[in-house]
Design a protein around this ligand. Structure first.
Ligand SMILES: [Zn+2]
Ligand SMILES: [Zn+2]
Length: 244
């Protein structure tokens, strides 16, 4: 009986895949077990890497008593706050890579669902961290924008899709020592919208050193933004940060 039910579900999942439906029973993206209408089975969902409870409100790295960390106090970033859904670790890293490199676009709205806070985040508008035209044409989509769309809908906030652009990329940030990443992104963003007095929420998939998000926040502030909040799926912790 169980086997029969499984095969019915599997057949339904195949059909769902073909017609692009998202809510029929499907296999867990990570382990292949039956996941019902979800992308992940409950065992995989429960094993996702959480961040520690006590985080710096500015950069989302571990910090005692949720206080602003020493790094943010000594070099105040241009962004004002960061919220992160998960620690960037297995298997969240696999999901981010599957979205970006295997074009598993269904992962983007799933990320949005798991990011949605209660009470909802406040701000005037959402922006996705822009990709350069070169990267955009290679990939075909901006994963940050795909995550931002359902978030904007859920929050009832405007999503500015063309307000800001990113010039040609330098060397990939991942290939550079952490100290050089800020220099590498200096001046890469441009913004054609007046953001005077606005509280802007910036969506991205992964925050590693924060150098790129900081440069984007610098650009937004230069165009008048009053407040910049980063809202990312996952935050990279270094071995110094984790275990805290
Ligand atoms: Zn699973
Ligand atoms: Zn901090």
């Amino acid at each position: 009986m169980k086997g029969q039910r499984l095969s019915i579900y599997r057949a339904a999942a195949k059909v769902a895949g073909r017609i692009g439906a998202a809510l029929l029973p499907q296999d867990c993206l990570l382990c292949g077990a039956l996941a019902g209408a979800q992308l992940l089975c409950s065992a995989c969902s429960d094993s996702l890497p959480r961040l520690p409870h006590s985080l710096c409100p500015v950069c989302a790295l571990p910090s005692p008593a949720n206080g602003t960390c020493g790094a943010c106090l000594s070099h105040t970033p241009f962004y004002d706050a960061t919220l992160a859904g998960f620690r960037y670790d297995f298997p969240i890293d696999r999901l981010v890579q599957a979205l970006k490199y295997d074009h598993r676009l269904a992962i983007a709205p799933w990320f949005a669902t798991v990011l949605l806070p209660s009470p909802p985040l406040e701000g005037d508008l959402l922006l996705a961290l822009p990709l350069s035209n070169m990267r955009l044409s290679e990939r075909g989509f901006n994963q940050a924008l795909e995550i931002a769309r359902p978030l904007a809908r859920a929050l009832g906030l405007p999503l500015a899709t063309t307000a800001c652009t990113r010039m040609q990329d330098g060397p990939p940030q991942a290939s550079l020592p952490w100290a050089e990443r800020q220099k590498n992104v200096r001046g890469v963003f441009e913004c054609g919208q007046d953001l005077a007095g606005k509280s802007v929420i910036v969506i991205d998939d992964v925050m590693t050193t924060g150098a790129t998000l900081n440069e984007f926040a610098r650009t937004l502030k230069k165009h008048g933004a009053r407040r910049v909040t980063n809202w990312v799926v996952a935050r990279t912790l270094t071995s110094q940060d984790w275990p805290p």
